[in-house]
Design a binder for this molecule. Structure first.
Ligand code: RRO
Length: 299
């Protein structure tokens, strides 16, 4: 069988299929289940400096081809989350802590105090005042936040980018200038749903972020654009639910991929993607490195 092991963004991974931030990443036990199910690495739910309850419900609604969420960054704060990371680490794969803050200093402070194998900077949540894409849509802020965390921590730093911008490449270049070890593309697309009987928005927060199959083509395009210009690796996320989706995202230029909303099908999705990807590489007599960015070399 072809090797699926890969070195991405400063981490050695046994395979390139990771658990994405936000889904089943709130406890050490659920993160461990993802590693036992075959994930090559796991990303936690985003963690901030103080506890947050999140937005009022409803926080999640199923829509055609996807999921709309406005969780609102609920988390217990980094002080109470270290124990969960320690449990997650017993799963034997790298644990990447997703962190958020409202300033470069707040990001840096969290990274100084949290012990994880890498950090993924959430500069892209589409529906949280003063956080996420409210900073992450400005290239200069992406650069300064990335630089501050790089200076404060000794582990690799990945930057998760927002698709809710005119040009995601500008954001990727800013992350690279700030010293990022990789960029992660994409977070959810800003979206909403309305109940037609009452006329009320369905989500408590009125609008939220769209994930799942509907956003895969948007993510593929973002990864393609980023991978063709950046020198650092691009980690692809957005709507991947099968090995075929993973192959497509890797062909677009993703060095590894993350799976989020597809976890609604169960933890078996990791094994399905890993074994399907492996069988595909064998059938085509390709290595993972040869597959990565193939579409860019053909255009
Ligand atoms: O918690 C959330 O509502 C959330 C986050 Br942190 C994020 O990055 N993306 C998203 O769609 N929801």
């Amino acid at each position: 069988m072809p090797s699926l092991s890969v070195h991405v963004g400063g981490l050695d991974l046994k395979n390139p299929v990771l658990l994405a931030a936000g889904i089943l990443g709130t406890t050490g036990a659920s993160l461990c289940r993802a590693s036992r199910a075959g994930a090559g690495g796991v990303v936690t739910k985003s963690i901030g400096s103080v506890p947050r309850e999140g937005h009022p419900g409803p926080c999640i609604v199923h829509v055609d081809c996807g999921l709309l969420n406005a969780m609102g960054l609920p988390n217990p704060s980094y002080r109470d989350f270290q124990a969960e990371i320690d449990i997650a680490r017993s799963g034997g794969v790298p644990v990447i802590a997703s962190i958020f803050g409202s300033s470069a200093e707040e990001f840096a402070q969290i990274s100084r105090n949290l012990d994880a194998d890498a950090f993924e900077l959430n500069l892209s949540c589409p529906h949280a005042e003063k956080y996420g894409s409210e900073l992450g849509r400005y290239p200069d802020l992406v650069e300064s936040v990335t630089g501050a965390v790089k200076a404060a921590s000794r582990v690799p730093v990945w930057v998760k980018l927002t698709p809710n911008t005119a040009d995601i490449l500008d954001l990727g270049l800013a992350a690279q200038r700030g010293g990022a070890d990789a960029v992660v593309a994409i977070n959810t697309l800003k979206a909403m749903a309305i109940d037609i009987e009452t006329g009320y928005p369905i989500l408590g927060n009125r609008f939220g972020g769209l994930s799942g199959r509907a956003i895969k083509p948007v993510a593929v395009r973002a990864v393609y654009d980023l991978a063709s210009r950046l020198e650092i690796p691009v980690i692809g996320v957005g709507g991947i639910s099968s090995w075929e989706d993973a192959v497509e995202m890797i062909m677009a230029g993703a060095s590894s991929i993350q799976v989020g909303t597809a976890l609604l099908q169960g933890y078996g999705v990791f094994e399905e993607i890993v074994s399907g990807l492996s069988a595909y590489l064998e059938r085509k007599s390709l290595t993972l490195a040869e597959l990565c960015g193939m579409a860019g070399r053909r255009s």
